[in-house]
Design a protein around this ligand. Structure first.
Ligand code: MTE
Ligand code: MO
Length: 341
């Protein structure tokens, strides 16, 4: 297979503008005052704690790879340098019952992710300290982050301070809290685990038109009449609202990352401070909708995914302030700006 630009972009992903690497999730580690150390523990023969200097004395590896975020942005050809996990584990030794590896951050929520040890080694997991020849910026996980190629980017933990080998899996933060898929292969679009909400519960909730403050990840609310829905502060990642009447719905501070609004009626809907990363608004009616304060990294307003090219209805009454649309993909921004006139 030849590697053209196109066949390096997994399904449902779009390229960020050159030089625009978004910051996703936590923005800072807990503290950077005390000297950084990286601990390797659990099912290893010799647990160790390494300073940055000690880490730099291991053989250094450089790999150029493509990044794919679950919120639908991709960035090609990023070069990371650091130490291969495999090289670190050669010095600690691995006990026979080690089957999983957990990566944990020095951050408020002890952000973590995990992989099978086999996958982590096969994918050349890099304990990276540099990106494109420079130390990794704090906002992107410096001084140390693990980098896992060929998996959605949530498998790459920022501000890495602990690697633990485990006999059984321990789900990571997003995997446990947000239903992110534990395997995370972008080529198979493994974004979320199967929905946990059963059909009867969703039908009953749809009837009440009150989703406020609820956890309804991946709910199927497509082709419904949900005009005036109260979804204030609801957690609706990956929710399917395709073709649904959501006129006058209130999604203030809701989490709608990767939600599907294809062909929905969103006239006068309110998305104040909502998380709309990776959401699909193609073909939706957005007249009078308000996106003030919303996060639109990776969101789409025009798409050719559903066959013919299908743009959202946007006009002067659609409130898409400059700050909200700034992180859009170039083609998306162009479409939105033109539609707003
Ligand atoms: N410590 C920590 N690491 C994290 C996250 C986080 O919130 N905290 N978010 C993950 C997610 S979902 C993504 S897409 C990438 C984003 O990395 P970036 O901000 O450098 O683009 O970091 C991953 N690692
Ligand atoms: Mo992500």
């Amino acid at each position: 297979m030849t590697t053209t630009r196109e066949n390096r972009i997994p399904p449902g992903q779009q390229l960020v503008a050159p030089g625009k690497w978004p910051i996703i999730g936590e923005r800072l580690p807990t503290e950077t005052e005390s000297p950084w150390s990286l601990t390797i523990k659990g099912e290893v023969d010799t647990p160790i704690s390494l300073s940055l200097e000690q880490l730099s004395s291991f053989p250094q590896t450089t790999r150029t790879m493509d990044i794919h975020c679950v919120t639908r942005w991709s960035m090609l050809d990023t070069t990371f340098s650091g130490v291969l996990l495999n090289d670190l584990l050669s010095s600690t030794g691995v006990k026979p019952n080690a089957r999983f590896v957990s990566f944990q951050a020095r951050s408020k929520r002890k952000h973590a992710t995990s992989l099978t040890l086999e996958t982590a080694i096969d994918l050349n997991t890099l304990i990276a300290t540099e990106v494109n020849g420079e130390p990794i910026d704090t906002s992107h996980g410096g001084p140390i982050r693990n980098i896992v190629e060929s998996r959605y980017f949530y498998k790459s933990v920022k501000w890495l301070e602990q690697i633990e080998l485990l006999p059984t899996d321990r789900l990571g933060f997003w995997e446990a809290e947000s239903g992110y898929h534990n395997e995370a292969d972008p080529w198979q679009e493994q974004r979320y685990m199967a929905p946990t909400i059963d059909r009867r519960t969703s039908l009953r909730l749809i009837e009440t038109r009150d989703f406020s403050n609820r956890e309804l990840r991946s709910i199927d609310a497509s082709q419904r009449n949900l005009a005036g829905l109260n979804a204030n502060n609801a957690s609706l990642r990956d929710a399917n609202f395709s073709g649904t009447d959501l006129s006058n719905a209130d999604f203030t501070t809701a989490n709608l990352s990767n939600a599907h609004f294809h062909n929905a009626n969103l006239c006068n809907a309110v998305f104040l401070n909502a998380d709309l990363e990776g959401a699909d608004f193609s073909g939706a009616d957005l007249r009078g909708a308000n996106f003030t304060g919303a996060s639109l990294i990776g969101a789409s307003f025009i798409s050719s995914q559903h066959g013919a090219t299908n743009g959202a209805q946007i006009d002067k009454t659609t409130q898409l302030p400059p700050a909200a649309i700034a992180p859009l993909f170039p083609e998306q921004l162009q479409y939105v700006n033109k539609a707003m006139g």
